[in-house]
Each structure stands twice: as C-alpha cells, then as structure tokens.
Design a protein around this ligand. Structure first.
Ligand SMILES: *Cc1c(COP(=O)(O)O)cnc(C)c1O
Length: 382
C-alpha cells in the first residue's frame, strides 16, 4: 500500500492543467535529477519500469547474445529475464548464508577455477561461453557488500550492473546503493519503497551509457524531424504523469525509510524472545531501508513452518509474502548453470515477509505481532 500524502496531487494536477501528460514534460527531467542526487550518480534516465531499466543496462554495458552473466539466485525473476532478453545466459550464484545476498566467495571460486582468460576475455570452460558481467541484486532493502565484488570485477574485467530496485536509499559503508558498480537500476512499481504507479530508472556516472539508454528507450530515433531510426529500439519511456508522482514520492524518501525502519525495529523488539523467529541480518557497515521485514521461521522451535504461519495469518486477513523460488529451480531456468549448495533453497522454505508498508499503523502492526505470538504459543500443529 503506497503512501501518497506529499505533493502527488498538486503535481498530477499540474500535468493536467498544462497538458503535459505523456512521454515528454518537465517532471521527467526533475525526477531523473532527483534520483541522480539521491544516489550520487551523475546521470539518470527514466524508464517505463525496472525490468526495462535492467534490459537497457545490460545492452549499454555491452552484454551480447551467448554471453554469460552472473546473477543472484535468490531474487525476484526480473533480472534473469532481462539477461534472457539480450540473448545472454544467466549463471545463478547462491545466497551467502549470513547476508542472504549473492555469495562473493562462490563468484571468486567460479572466476578462478572454472574460467580461462582467452582472447582478451573470460571464458567459462564448462560451457565455452564468454563471461562478461555480474548482476548482483540488493534484496529486501538490504545492500550488497560491493567492495569484494568490485575487486573481482576489476581483476577479471567484468561489467557490474546493480539491481537496486528493492533497496533505493540503502547505503554500504556510507555509499548509496547503486553507486559502486558501472550502472544501476531502480524500480518505482507500486510495491517498492517509492512508486510512480509504474516506472524505473537507470543511473550511472557514464554519460554515454545513459545517453544510449535514452536513445534506445525512444525507438532509437535519430532525428527529431524525420522518422529515421539507427537501431532496433524500444518504447521504454516514462510518462510525465508517472514522473510527477515519482518526484513527489522522491521528496518524501527520508520519511518512507524512517517508516520502514520503525516497522522493522518494532518487529525485532517484539519477537526478540519468541522462539524460532530470526530476522534477515544487517551486516556491519551497512544501512538497510528494511523495505520488507522478513523473518525466518524455524519450524521445530516455532511450532509451525513459514507456509503454515502464512496460511494461519491469511485466515485472520493478515497478508504476508514468501520469498521468491530460487531461480535455479524456476522452470524457465531449469537448464541454467548454478553455483552453490542450496542456501537459497533453505531461506526460501523458511522465510516470510511480514506486513511492512509505510502506511501500516501502529495498531495494525500490534495486531500482527499479537497474532504471530499467539500462533507460536498455541503450540505445534499440522
Ligand atoms: C521489482 C523488481 C524489479 C523490476 O521492477 P519492475 O518495475 O516491476 O519492472 C527488478 N528486480 C527486482 C529484484 C525487483 O524486486
């Protein structure tokens, strides 16, 4: 449930009053500038959604058909699909059991033991394909520790595309999420920290890449007078109406993050003594936005598993969400290479995201907390 109590109405009215409702207009540039300022990146281009942003990022970063891209195994499916859209192949990297993010040690082992340097590039010996990029996903509001990943990317000459769609506003050792890699992507879908109805953004210090992204997102039209196109482009632009909503949301980002953090802190305090519940850890030097408050439910200690708790709360009209099926188990990616031992599988089985929307009232959260505790105390079942 989005929180829409800032300048949203005033800016939308301005769109209607001025007739700037479609894919051009002053709010688009303002929204882009606001995202650039927030992330500390020099350039940003708005897109129709976060998935389109990922598609464009892979294209301008030079990922080609048949290339391989290292992608987090435990994530929403969009980044893997974007890799597929460019004709490349994802190689899924298991989650680190401590951070739940892409396991950097597995990445290092793969690059050192399975890949060869050949013709100025890197080749996966097992498949014979070129490895050209890493796509870490900052999941659930928590930032990935980028430093070790960037060291590996530099050593092996790989592009780094950050999927920051779930974690705008988080920081890693003081650096905004998305500002460590070569290019980063954001989403303003209705379920994200900020929403523009639907929308996305691609941001980088590389002016050429952002210019190319903008060009590709407008059907690669090369003349403002004639309908002449220099490539196969896409219609991936954001409208001024969406940007108006997005800008109003961006103005309130600090309030949204504060609301998410307060919700997470209240759950952590309330569940500190409840057996069998543990939270996604916040690593040292990292500041999460706690986009979602996600717990692991230990079936033996809690008395029921995550899915039984989910069903029980649903009967009480309390909506919770499971994590994503790990991508190496996802039917469209059954044939993809997977590095790891099933850490993501374990997290998937045990995790549950609790109600975390910025608009959740104190009373509503108290009720969720009371019902979770009551479920635990009513003893084992099913
Ligand atoms: C939401 C999300 C996206 C895609 O964003 P859309 O705007 O919905 O296309 C990409 N990656 C991850 C990890 C997401 O959670």
């Amino acid at each position: 449930m989005p929180l829409l109590d800032g300048n949203e109405k005033a800016y939308l009215k301005e769109c209607l009053d001025t007739n700037w409702v479609s894919s051009a207009g002053p709010f688009i540039e303002k929204f882009e500038a606001a995202l650039a300022a927030e992330t500390g990146l020099a350039h940003a281009a708005a897109t129709v959604n976060g998935t389109a942003a990922l598609h464009l990022a892979l294209l301008v970063a030079g990922v080609e058909p048949e290339d391989e891209v290292l992608v987090s195994d435990l994530t929403f499916i969009a980044p893997a699909n974007a890799v597929t859209y460019v004709g490349a192949e994802p190689v899924f990297v298991d989650a680190d059991p401590h951070s739940w993010q892409m396991d950097t040690d597995l990445v290092a082992k793969f690059l050192r033991d399975v890949c060869d340097r050949r013709d100025g590039g890197l080749v996966n010996r097992a498949t014979g394909r070129r490895v050209t990029a890493i796509l870490p996903v900052h999941i659930l509001g928590h930032p990935v520790d980028m430093d070790p990943l960037m060291t590996l990317a530099d050593e092996f000459g790989l592009a780094v595309i950050e999927d920051a769609t779930e974690s705008l506003g988080a920081t890693n050792r003081g650096k905004p999420v998305g500002s460590s890699g070569d290019i980063s992507c954001y989403s303003f879908n209705g379920n994200k920290l900020l929403t523009s109805g639907g929308g996305g953004m691609i941001a980088s210090d590389n002016a050429d890449w952002i210019e190319q992204s903008r060009h590709l997102s407008t059907q690669a039209r090369s003349s403002s007078e004639e309908y002449i196109h220099d490539a196969v482009g896409f219609n991936y632009r954001l409208t001024n109406i969406q940007a108006a909503l997005g800008l109003a949301q961006m103005e309130r980002i600090a309030d949204h993050i504060a609301a998410k953090k307060a919700i997470a802190a209240a759950y952590q305090k309330a569940f500190a003594e409840v057996p069998g519940l543990s939270f996604m850890p916040e690593a040292d030097g990292v500041e999460s936005t706690f986009w979602l408050s996600t717990v692991l439910v230990d079936k033996a200690a809690f008395g029921m598993g995550s899915r039984d708790l989910q069903a029980h709360l649903a009967e009480l009209s309390i909506q919770t969400r499971p994590l994503w099926q790990p991508l190496h188990l996802s039917p469209p990616y059954a044939g993809s290479m997977f590095l790891g031992s099933g850490v993501a599988d374990g997290l998937y089985v045990s995790a549950l995201s609790l109600p975390s929307s910025c608009g959740l009232t104190r009373d509503q959260q108290e009720r969720v907390i009371a019902e979770v505790i009551a479920a635990q105390q009513s003893g084992p079942r099913r």
